[in-house]
Every structure is written in structure tokens, then in C-alpha cells.
Design a protein around this ligand. Structure first.
Ligand code: PLP
Length: 291
């Protein structure tokens, strides 16, 4: 069951609605143009994890898209109402809390915003244990596009995920589980729904590296939380640019995201990726401790 709560000025705690029946105007620009933004957070053990980071990124996405969205207190109230409704109806160990804000129905001048809570997909949970096979796919633009073309909304979490989903379908057709996008100039970007992390060990020195945000990728809240924990634990941290060869030479490659958490990559384009068990265990412990 999915719990659904609209943000509505007439309902300070949010307006509960039925996710199984029609709720949205066919004229909403979120539907007609994919014009809107979203966040996906993990709800587990009674906590919506990293909620501050998600609300902060929602604010940045809104500003990048010139979108007016409700203030933070309204989101927090609607999230509390939605998780309470979810808990009352559906006992689930892990759930996805999705925040959505669209540009609303054309001509009305106000947007549409809602919170949905639904059970987390089983597959992602299994892949944390099993690991995944990945292919590199060309994202079709170069790694400097963000500074050159701000209208492409690089780095904002917009609703326009059709390309990301098409890339995943393409991978499935080729027998792979997931994708790592590369730029047309050969730089590693991100997964369609995840951030790339790689690790190296040199004696006692442990080093964690993620692609640079200058490539226009989404700033991952999970990567951010893992980097904070790793810094505390004495790891060295680095920000790309990374090449495909850097991944193949690493002592571990992971795709990380709020809902899937830490997923080890077993192979890329059929080439086995090393996995240092101790590095993996330490990173898993850091991810498990994220609040
Ligand atoms: N990059 C993209 C394109 C994503 O869609 C996501 C999450 O869905 C991420 C990275 C990871 O972000 P986070 O760790 O904040 O979930």
C-alpha cells in the first residue's frame, strides 16, 4: 500500500489522499512536460534517513528550476503524516519516502506537491548482498556541459528520468543489472539512480574517491554521508575526474543511493572488479549508521 499526502495550505499537516484513485490533473506540467523535481529517502526503524540533506537538495533543485515549492516545515509535517499513515496500514522493514513538486497546472501559477510512502523494492535489498553486473553507457554529453549550458539543469533532481530508465532497460536487455554513465570525453559520471564510489588501499591508507560534481552529476546525499563518516574514520577522500580504467583498477567499486544503500559492483562490461572484503565491511558499517 502507498500512503499519499498532498501539501495544501488549507491542511497544515498535509491532506491525506487515496493513492489508488486519480488525484492529479492531466494538465499538470509534471505530467505534460516532466517539469518538476523529486527526492527519494529511506524510511526504516521509524526514521526518515538524511531528511535534512534531502530537503536541502530539494531546495537547490527548486532554485535551479525556478520552481516555487512549499517551505520546509510543510514538507516535514506532510512527511510525518504520510509515514504515520503508512505504518498504520503496512508493516514494512524499509520504505521509500518520495517527495514530488511539479510546476502545477499551466496558468494557475502554483505548483503541486506531495509525499508518497511505499515499500522499498526487494531487488535493491538483495543486490546489496549479491552485488551487481554493470555496463558503461555514453550519456551523450561531455564532462564540461554543466558550466556551458545551465539550462540543461545539470545537478538538479528533476522528474525527467525517462533517459535514466531507458538506460536501465538497455542494460537489462544486454543481461546486466545496472549502468555507469560516461561522458562523451570519457569521464565517469554516475549511475541512472546512484552515485559511483571507488576505494583503494595502500598499506594502512584507505582512500575513497567519487566523480567530481563539476561533471554535472547529482550531488548524492548517500555519498555525502559516507564521505563524512569515512573522514571521521581517517580515510583519505578524493573527487574525480575518474576514467573507466580507474574503476577497473580499484579495490572496490560501489553504486550508492538512499534507497539501495551500498551495492557492490561485481563486474563492468564483463570484467571482474576486485572487492576488498574489509573495505566493504567498513563502508557497510558506515552506511548502516547513517541517520
Ligand atoms: N545520481 C542519480 C542520477 C540519482 O537518481 C540518485 C538517487 O536517486 C543518486 C545519484 C544518489 O543520490 P542519493 O544518495 O541522494 O539517493
Amino acid at each position: 500500500m502507498t500512503a499519499l499526502v498532498f501539501l495544501d495550505p488549507d491542511f497544515p499537516a498535509g491532506r491525506v489522499a487515496d493513492a489508488a484513485t486519480a488525484q492529479l490533473s492531466v494538465l499538470d506540467q509534471g505530467v505534460t512536460r516532466g517539469d518538476g523535481i523529486f527526492e527519494s529517502a529511506l524510511y526504516t526503524d521509524g526514521i526518515v534517513r538524511k531528511i535534512d540533506a534531502h530537503l536541502a537538495r530539494l531546495r537547490v533543485s527548486a532554485s535551479t528550476c525556478d520552481l516555487l515549492v512549499p517551505h520546509e516545515e510543510a514538507w516535514r509535517a506532510a512527511i510525518a503524516t504520510a509515514v504515520a499513515a503508512f505504518d498504520a496500514a503496512t508493516p514494512a522493514e524499509e520504505a521509500v519516502v518520495k517527495l514530488v513538486a511539479t510546476r502545477g497546472t499551466e496558468g494557475t501559477g502554483h505548483g503541486t506537491s506531495w509525499v508518497m510512502v511505499s515499500p522499498a523494492p526487494e531487488l535493491g535489498r538483495r543486490q546489496r548482498q549479491s552485488g551487481i553486473s554493470v555496463i558503461f553507457l555514453d550519456r551523450g554529453y561531455d564532462s564540461r556541459v554543466a558550466e556551458r549550458a545551465p539550462w540543461l539543469l545539470m545537478g538538479a533532481k528533476t522528474l525527467s528520468y525517462a533517459v535514466n530508465m531507458a538506460a536501465l532497460r538497455h542494460a537489462k536487455k544486454l543481461g546486466a543489472d545496472d549502468v555507469i554513465f560516461t561522458s562523451s570525453d570519457g569521464i565517469v559520471l554516475e549511475g541512472p539512480t546512484s552515485t559511483v564510489l571507488i576505494a583503494h588501499r595502500d598499506g594502512d591508507t584507505k582512500r575513497l574517491i567519487t566523480p567530481t560534481l563539476e561533471t554535472g552529476i547529482l550531488p548524492g546525499t548517500t555519498q555525502g554521508a559516507i564521505f563524512s563518516a569515512a573522514r571521521e574514520a581517517g580515510w583519505e577522500l578524493g573527487y574525480g575526474p575518474l576514467t573507466p580504467e580507474n574503476l577497473l583498477d580499484a579495490e572496490g567499486v560501489w553504486l550508492v543511493s538512499s534507497v539501495r544503500l551500498l551495492t557492490p559492483v561485481n563486474s563492468i562490461d564483463g570484467t571482474a572488479i576486485a572487492r576488498d572484503g574489509q573495505l566493504h565491511a567498513e563502508l557497510t558499517a558506515m552506511v548502516d549508521a547513517i541517520q
